[in-house]
Design a protein around this ligand. Structure first.
Ligand SMILES: [Zn+2]
Length: 445
């Protein structure tokens, strides 16, 4: 990209960070209007779809001849997660400060730099009167961080025609695994939040002998769930082993269910973030995260609840989840527990994946090879959930797409997402701009 384009991208990214669209409550209309203003100043027509007061989504389109597939840049979200402790940040988290070739701020990685790359490249293609076969649709949304009810989910329900596409690219991807090997999220895990309720018999706290205490049951359940090991698969690790360019022996171990625990245990000491990420791709994970119970210090509690964050691999459904939760709890606790899915408060989604080998994947690889012919596409599954899952459910082929500064270590990147000192290097922004430009040309021309 030329310097002017990069400068514009930097300015836009800084403004989006400064808009502080922390969700909840979101107030994303601020950033949606920033983007609308930018697009209009460049002669691009777009439309804003308001899903709730102060919350909105934006769609723009470059019309094709109708002879090719439609590519979506997006759905890409402008909302960001809250700050845990701003004292722990080197620069104020909503400053958008540019220092040492990094832009600092909440949302810089997740996922404002991709939003900016998509918007700026869309403008660039529009200005050069890009002749496309299929349409290029730009979709910028609200509310990804809280489940998408005012963003992607809402658009799909209320404006399905505008959201129609064959391919979609959004967060996250282009993570360097080893020289020349970049990981792209071609699928993602599902998230299911459960509330487990245990009942007891109320009584006086002075005579606990033989009592039926709900908290004790919840505590037992917590430990059992934490220690339970759901069935493992190495399906998603095979390609990663290749991505890391590991020695054949290590790759062999990563592909072997029995040897895998050994290598993960070893890795937990040398590269803990990587070990955690890899472990999350081998099975469903169960994390008991909130426990509540009891009302008075002198009363034996009659009820206790345990909220559990369950992350599933593609293909694992609610039956699979409840089967393993019950198995983890053991017969006695399983007979007593009441399991409820927290649909109202939590995100409930199933994991899904697009094909690891397809024309779409080939085109993505071609686009990154325009930057360096040695670059290789390595398919990954994202441990978290993104808006792309909604489109995958409709049969759209989706991939997390960006191209990161090769100096960004995988573990460091994972720590910065939703963490302190979130920042993005100018090289990442520049590479991602170029990568998006080539990708659009590969797919649409
Ligand atoms: Zn995100």
């Amino acid at each position: 990209m030329n310097e002017k384009t990069l400068d514009e991208a930097i300015k836009l990214l800084q403004e989006l960070i400064q808009n502080k669209c922390v969700n909840p409550p979101g107030n994303e209309m601020k950033s949606i209007i920033t983007i609308e203003k930018y697009l209009k100043s460049k002669g691009v027509k777009c439309k804003i779809y308001e899903s709730a007061p102060k919350r909105g989504n934006l769609i723009a389109r470059i019309k094709g001849t109708g002879k090719g597939p439609t590519l979506m840049f997006g759905p890409s979200h402008v909302d960001v997660v809250p700050i845990e402790d701003k004292e722990k940040w080197t620069h104020p988290p909503f400053s958008g400060k540019l220092e040492d070739d990094f832009i600092w701020g909440r949302g810089a990685i997740d996922m404002l730099f991709i939003v900016v790359a998509q918007v700026v490249v869309f403008v660039e293609l529009n200005q050069e009167k890009f002749k496309t076969k299929g349409d290029l649709v730009l979709v910028i949304v609200s509310d990804e961080e809280m489940g998408g009810s005012f963003g992607t989910k809402w658009l799909l329900k209320h404006h399905p025609k505008e959201m129609k596409c064959d391919f979609a690219v959004s967060e996250m991807g282009g993570v360097i695994l080893s020289p020349g090997k970049f990981g792209f999220m071609i699928g993602e895990k599902g998230a299911t939040w459960l509330r487990l309720t245990f009942k007891g018999t109320p009584g006086h706290g002075s005579v606990p002998f033989g009592s039926d205490n709900a908290i004790v049951k919840a505590a037992e359940a917590t430990k059992k769930l934490f220690e339970y090991k759901p069935p493992a698969t190495t399906k998603y690790l095979k390609s990663i082993g290749k991505g890391f360019g590991q020695q054949p022996l290590v790759r062999l171990m990563m592909g072997n269910k029995l040897l895998l625990p050994l290598i993960l245990k070893k890795m937990l000491k040398t590269n803990p973030e990587m070990a955690k990420s890899l472990a999350s791709l081998t099975s469903m994970s169960i994390s008991p995260n909130i426990i509540k119970g009891g009302t008075k210090t002198n009363t034996i509690p009659a009820e206790a609840t345990l909220d559990v964050d369950v992350r599933t691999l593609p293909g694992q459904d609610l039956d699979y989840i409840t089967h393993h939760i019950n198995k983890a709890l053991g017969k006695k606790l399983a007979e007593e527990v009441n399991i409820k899915v927290l649909t109202g408060e939590g995100i409930v989604s199933y994991g899904n994946e697009s094909s690891f080998k397809s024309e779409f994947v080939t085109k993505i690889e071609k686009a990154i090879q325009k930057i360096d012919p040695q670059n290789e596409f390595i398919p990954l599954i994202y441990p978290g959930a993104t808006d792309l899952r909604f489109l995958r459910e409709l049969g759209v082929e989706c991939c997390g797409f960006a191209l990161m500064d090769p100096r960004t270590e995988f573990g460091e990147l994972i720590n910065r997402i939703h963490g302190n000192d979130e920042r993005i290097s100018l090289i990442t922004l520049d590479y991602t701009l170029v990568a998006y430009y080539h990708l659009a040309k590969e797919i649409l021309e």
